[in-house]
Design a protein around this ligand. Structure first.
Ligand code: MRU
Length: 360
């Protein structure tokens, strides 16, 4: 409850990013077309695994947790198009690998795909529709859990946000990137609902502008004071003391706490350290990859050159110029003040503390 007596556990995202309709045989996955935001609010229907694969690659749906939820349902769509018979499980295995190949960095994707596949294997003594039903139940569980994990992160992060008059974030680790109220934004939504007032600086986030197109859009809908800055303005904002913390999401966190997130996060963390501003990461347990010892083992997705030289349809670099377009960079654990997870706060960020909070 907040001081006005309203229930903050009821904070809702502004729009449904991922929605399943129908049953295990004829269901359909509806996705918010995020490439059109903030101009248009449109949805697309995915009826098979290739449509899901393309939607993930094209960033119709993006953000590690939302990609995971989507891919979980993608497995159910794959199972719908595989005929009953001896080949069923082999084809499901292939579908899992296929969906995993859409984007390599966010570990939530393979985490969700493998979970739904495991459930299929466990129920494989049932009839084929029984297996599909079990897979859909698992995908729905993943969806509901993600929403709950965002709220848990929000409750833990809110007291940190409440100490600040200004907060800086990068990319979109918001409601649009999850099934709930986001990860980096979750504490902002909870603190705001509790009556705290603060401003959020959103890095626009080159090249695809998730910060200005998405984070600014959703924060403004919630009535949070929002300022968009170019990525290269962040250093000046930090130096001028306009923010007391930086908080971002993550796509994959290694066992030592090194965290991959949208390209530009690492220089932001370096600059925050230089200016004595604490840098936080917010992420659910599903973003941890305990099989990787450190961040240099995290696979980094390379994006198409067009996103840099012809973003949004206008040529901004000479034809034929070379590009280098990693979608993510890795921030060293030592630059991160704490990682706020649904299972607790990891502080300081050491391999021992990561192990303790994430695997208990
Ligand atoms: O390329 P994107 O838009 O999928 O990148 C998203 C990010 O980097 C987010 O910060 C991350 O996935 C965390 S989302 C809660």
């Amino acid at each position: 409850m907040n001081e006005n007596g309203s229930d903050i556990s009821d904070i809702r995202p502004p729009v449904k990013v991922v929605e399943w309709t129908g049953d295990e045989r004829r269901g359909c996955l509806r996705l918010l077309e995020q490439t059109l935001l903030p101009g248009e609010t449109k949805f697309i229907d995915c009826k098979d695994a290739p449509a899901v694969w393309e939607a993930i690659l094209r960033l119709v749906v993006r953000g590690a947790p939302a990609i995971g939820v989507t891919a979980g349902y993608g497995m159910v769509l794959a199972a719908q198009s595989i005929p009953d018979g001896a080949e069923f499980m082999t084809k499901l295995d292939e579908a899992a690998e296929y969906l995993e190949s859409s984007r390599p960095t966010a570990v939530n994707l393979s985490w969700a795909v493998r979970r739904v596949l495991r459930r299929a294997v466990e129920s494989s003594g049932d009839d084929f529709d029984g297996v599909r039903r079990a897979m859909l139940a698992e995908a729905k569980d993943i969806h509901a859990e993600d929403e709950a994990m965002c709220l848990a992160i929000g409750h833990l992060a809110s007291p940190l946000i409440a100490r600040c008059s200004g907060v800086l974030t990068h990319c979109n680790a918001g409601a649009l990137a999850t099934a709930g109220i986001g990860t980096a934004t979750a504490g902002m939504y909870v603190a705001h609902a509790r009556g705290h007032r603060f401003g959020v600086y959103c890095d626009e986030t080159r090249p695809i502008l998730q910060g200005s197109r998405l984070t600014a859009w959703e924060l403004m809908q919630a009535g949070i004071d929002t300022t968009v800055i170019t990525d290269s303005t962040a250093g000046q904002v930090l130096r001028e003391g306009r923010v007391q913390m930086v908080i971002t999401g993550a796509d994959r966190i290694a066992a030592n706490g090194d965290a991959a997130n949208k390209i530009g996060t690492y220089p932001l963390a370096v600059c925050a350290a230089r200016n004595n501003v604490p840098f936080y990461v917010a992420a659910p347990y599903s973003t941890f990859d305990m099989g990787l010892a450190c961040g240099s083992e995290i696979p980094i997705e390379q994006r198409a050159a067009e996103e840099i030289v012809e973003g949004f349809g206008r040529r901004t670099a000479p034809v034929g110029v070379k590009t280098y377009a990693p979608a993510f960079d890795v921030t060293d654990a030592e630059l991160i003040r704490a990682i706020i997870t649904d299972r607790g706060i990891i502080e300081p960020v050491t391999p021992e503390n990561v192990q303790k909070i994430i695997t208990g």
